[in-house]
Design a protein around this ligand. Structure first.
Ligand code: CDP
Ligand code: MG
Length: 146
């Protein structure tokens, strides 16, 4: 296994629930280090571009509306196997299917809008390589040397 970096977002539903710190704790307790972070209100254009891969899907407009409904907390997580580890911490896409103890199981309403699932995480090395520079310049990524 290698040290990887992955793009993580705490979505507007979880920011509104005021659980940024609790979700950060999950990352840190799992051994992931935050090497960049910022809160941002996404524009419609940014959300549309970030999720462009889903532009033909029926839920695309709803996803953009949701992702621009309030600020998101965006971070780069670093650690051994960070991409898959973060996906494991997140749980399955729909909160009703998310594994017990996962972020999506613990911070989402299983009976609510299935798209309102608290977190985003890059799903592969190639995705992380596109998604990290989408939000952060090289100078904004900090080396954690101590
Ligand atoms: O976020 P994840 O990689 O688990 O799922 P995705 O398939 O890449 O979908 C991106 C996001 O679109 C999801 O996290 C949901 O917020 C939303 N979505 C939705 O609203 N309805 C669907 N049928 C599928 C996804
Ligand atoms: Mg995805």
């Amino acid at each position: 296994m290698a040290i990887e970096r992955t793009l993580s977002m705490i979505k507007p539903d979880a920011v509104a629930k005021n659980v940024i710190g609790e979700i950060y704790s999950r990352f840190e307790k799992a051994g992931l280090r935050i090497v960049a972070a910022k809160m941002q209100q996404l524009s419609v254009e940014q959300a549309a571009k970030f999720y462009e891969v889903h532009s033909e899907r029926p839920f695309y407009q709803e996803l953009i509306d949701f992702m621009t409904s309030g600020p998101v907390m965006i971070q780069v997580l670093e650690g051994e196997n960070a991409i898959a580890l973060n996906r494991e911490l997140m749980g399955a896409t729909f909160p009703k299917d998310a594994e017990a103890g996962s972020i999506r199981a613990d911070f989402c309403d299983a009976d609510g809008d299935q798209g309102e699932n608290a977190v985003h995480g890059s799903d592969a090395a190639e995705t992380a390589a596109d998604e990290i520079p989408f939000f952060f310049s090289a100078e904004e990524l900090c080396a954690r040397l101590r």
